[in-house]
Ligand binder design. Structure first.
Ligand code: TXA
Ligand code: MG
Length: 314
């Protein structure tokens, strides 16, 4: 097995990364949410390699990353609601599922044959630099083996995928720390995944959102119940730790690790995946007891990820 290359996020580094992508190879890169596992979204071979590297079920479609709204229009039908959301939240941690533009050249593996496509315009300067250097759309799921905790640092990417991908561009820690919010705009407006843009902010633009996608009927198939799973068992809403448990705190009080001592949801989101990994390493099989996190703002995305981490393993 050949180790994956670690690339610096400067001009020559981005040219190197773009060259690898043009050859159909996979390059992980930082976004403001989590690290993405990038491949040429127009190449069946590159997209197939993404599924293979992640060990991901084939039916699960991928997010297409583009530099701006104009590029989004090449691949998707952008209606007036989508324009309003783009004006407010792009570039940023929002993904929109929109009708696919026929004959747009995307690999059918990206959309898993669906008539819709998930599009995101990331804000991270390294992601934007890479999109510019590559000059085309990048398919990029989170850069972790399927079902495991998403990566928010280059070292997390290598821990899961070293030797399985060509390279990772090291852009340091991700600022948001949970994946993008996914809103479906194919029929009505539905929330498909809570994430980096609080639902309240979306509803301020669109009005009330229906909640779509569930573990029973995974219409956004990433909604399988067990996901983001550490090795150790996880107990949620733990007001106090029981004897022998490892305590992951939120807010003031005793804990082994703390998502945010100040009780700040933005800080907690940024720390979440890194501390889940750290807790898993330090707990050594003990139960990880996670303090309650309020279900507002980014708390909704944090609790969604925690519930998946705690779900029975399939
Ligand atoms: O923050 C993020 O969104 C990160 C970074 C790398 O951009 N990406 C990410 O991708 O989280 P991924 O592949 O792990 O999650 C994509 C989600 C999945 O739940 C998938 O089922 C859903 O998007 N999705 C993709 N295309 C869809 C479609 N056409 N209809 C419904 N859901 C879709
Ligand atoms: Mg993922």
């Amino acid at each position: 097995m050949q180790a994956s290359e670690v690339i610096r996020p400067d001009g020559p580094g981005l040219e190197r990364a773009a060259g690898l992508l043009r050859d159909g190879a996979l390059v992980a890169f930082p976004t403001e949410t989590v690290y993405g596992l990038g491949g040429d979204a127009k190449s069946d071979l590159a997209v197939a390699r993404i599924f293979e590297a992640k060990g991901r079920p084939r039916f699960n479609p991928l997010i297409v990353h583009v530099p701006d709204l104009a590029a989004a229009r090449e691949f998707a039908v952008v209606d007036e609601r989508a324009e309003r959301l783009a004006a407010e939240f792009w570039p940023g941690p929002l993904t929109m599922v929109l009708p696919l533009r026929a004959g747009c050249g995307l690999s059918e593996l990206v959309t898993a044959g669906l008539p819709s496509v998930a599009i995101r315009v990331p804000a991270h300067p390294v992601a934007r630099g890479l999109l510019r250097a590559f000059g085309g759309p990048l398919a990029a799921p989170s850069a972790n083996p399927s079902g495991r905790v998403s990566p928010t640092r280059a070292a997390h990417v290598l821990a899961g995928l070293d030797g399985r991908i060509a390279a990772v561009v090291d852009g340091g820690a991700c600022a948001v720390g949970v994946e993008s919010t996914i809103v479906g705009l194919v029929d009505g407006a539905e929330l498909l995944r809570p994430g980096g843009v609080p639902v309240e902010a979306l509803e301020a633009v669109l009005g009330p959102l229906a909640v779509g996608g569930s573990s029973e009927k995974p219409n956004a198939p990433g909604q399988l119940a067990s996901h983001y799973a550490p090795e150790a068992p996880v107990r949620l809403e733990a007001v106090e730790a029981r004897p022998g448990e490892f305590r992951l705190g939120f807010g003031p009080g005793e804990s082994d690790l703390n998502l945010s001592e100040a009780g700040d949801l933005v800080e907690a989101a940024a720390n979440l995946f890194h501390l889940l990994r750290e807790a898993d390493r330090l707990a050594r099989g003990r139960v990880i007891a996670v303090a309650p996190v309020p279900e507002t703002g980014l708390g909704r995305a944090i609790n969604d990820r925690l519930r998946r981490a705690a779900a029975p393993r399939g």
